[in-house]
Design a binder for this molecule. Sequence first.
Ligand SMILES: [Zn+2]
Length: 272
Amino acid sequence: MRWATGGVNYSYLLSKLAPPSMTSANWIIDPAEPLEVKDQLSNHELHSITTIVNTHHHYDHAGGNVAFATLLTQRENPSFIIGSTLSATLSTSKVTQPNDGQIFDLGHNITVEAIRTPCHTQDSVCYLVKDSEKDDYAIFTGDTLFTAGCGRFFEGTGEEMHSSLNHILDRTNGHWDKVKVYPGHEYTKSNVKFIRHMVWKKIGDNKAFDHLEQLVLNTEVLTGMFTLQDELNFNPFMRLNDPFVRKAVGDDNNTLSEKDVMTKLRKLKDNF
Ligand SMILES: [Zn+2]
């Protein structure tokens, strides 16, 4: 979505089945500008949504909750907003703020596990979706993890981002090459530009990154194209011990802690 407010955001409909057999236990994630999101949905899809889900409370993710709720005709569950009690909501009694590790069963072999990842905001949640029938995985990462980047540390520290990203890896251990990443924004182009200027400056420094850079040239929508393993290969915020990353933050002698590398790397990006 290109919001009228200027953001290049992603809003997601989470559903296993395609219309017309689509059933009514579907999630809409971060529908911040409801009318624009509605325009992208068929009637079947719109009517299949029972739950509005937010990755964090920022307005460009949660600001559409109240208006979107009025568009929904099926509300089986009074707690039909999952996200943060800080989100724009009808009333806080209708909000489920998920605990770390909380599981939601969507039926059709699909479960979603909430992974709390405080840093960008303290209420940031990533949602790990598992299809046990197909051995398929997806993670909706909001503004915590982007393709080849991570969110700004508005309410947290480098230490928190480092531990949040590792928390995601712990929860998905053994499946990194299967977990597709769906971030909250399309920032890949600018992330790639930053990385080429500051980290892997030459072709051949990181082959996975070279490949990503080529893809970015002629692909606009990159969400869902990469796995956590890809991020481990080309995302400098997940490669804090990579010698090129250390060099970028001025730590040629490898003396900084990982959390300090994280903090310095994010500062470089903030000022880029
Ligand atoms: Zn945000």
